[in-house]
Design a protein around this ligand. Structure first.
Ligand code: BEZ
Length: 256
């Protein structure tokens, strides 16, 4: 599978994330059941964000290293007293060091999956496992459609701005197997997710690559148009916004 060229990285603010996306690590907690972490295991948390799940792993007695591409997130995770490092998940530098690599809601920001898989394979000990969850095919489809529709009206092609990688099971399985893994378990499932705040905050936190396509003085107008477009699809009669998440979960093993 070919990798696409890297896009401009998303500009992360740990504060914005804490306000509008605190549910992300919460929803990833049951991914720990797939990981089955054992005390004393050395685990890499790939794309650790602000470190909530990294901390859970540490509390369970694992020796965890969290890495994230965002300096702001690394600082936030470091404040929890965790071992963290700033690193691009597409350019991992570890060799045979980890019993497991764990990743929640981060891999869909890495548009060169073959580079990720290669680095994870190298980082694992023989027999080690790669357990992850990312947005899968159809993830945030209504949001993507609204962004494309509205930007299209502004004369901007959204396709070239897309910073997300939402594979189907066949594509991701092929990527893992091409990288030398044996896929033990894989699931694609819908997870409609009520937001604790307004969709505006979600768009500001996660859709920056699209919003940056217009001069900053037009951002609010663009946002309002996208929200109007989304309202019939994602807003409940109660007023709650429900995001159309689809998740892809997997366990892959590096053969001994
Ligand atoms: C996700 O977790 O599926 C996601 C987060 C931000 C942007 C797009 C998708």
């Amino acid at each position: 599978m070919g990798d696409s060229p890297a896009l401009e990285p998303q500009d992360w603010s740990a504060q914005c994330y804490a306000e509008h996306a605190a549910f992300v690590p919460d929803l990833g907690r049951d991914l720990l059941d797939w990981l089955q972490p054992q005390p004393g295991e050395r685990i890499l948390d790939l794309g650790c964000g602000d470190g909530l799940l990294t901390q859970c792993l540490q509390t369970l007695g694992c020796s965890v290293l969290g890495i994230d591409a965002s300096p702001d997130m690394v600082t936030a995770a470091g404040r929890r007293g965790l071992q963290v490092q700033q690193m691009d998940g597409q350019a991992l530098t570890f060799v045979g060091e980890f019993d497991a690599v764990f990743s929640n809601a981060a891999l869909h920001w890495m548009t060169r999956p073959a580079a990720v898989v290669e680095g994870v394979w190298r980082a694992l000990k023989p027999g080690g496992r790669f357990v992850g969850e990312l947005g899968g095919a159809g993830n945030v489809a209504a949001i993507q459609t609204a962004l494309h529709t509205v930007l299209g009206r502004w004369g901007i092609a959204a396709a070239g701005l897309n910073p997300w990688f939402f594979p189907n099971t066949e594509t991701y399985r092929a990527c893992l197997e091409a990288g030398g893994f044996r896929v033990d378990r894989m699931q694609l499932f819908e997870r409609p997710t009520p937001l604790p705040t307004h969709i505006r905050g979600w768009l500001q936190t996660f859709a920056g690559a699209f919003l940056a396509a217009v001069p900053v003085e037009h951002t609010e107008v663009l946002l309002t148009e996208v929200i109007t477009e989304l309202e019939p699809h994602l807003r409940q009669p109660s007023g709650t916004w429900v995001v159309d998440y689809v998740r892809l979960r997997f366990t892959a093993i590096k053969p001994r």
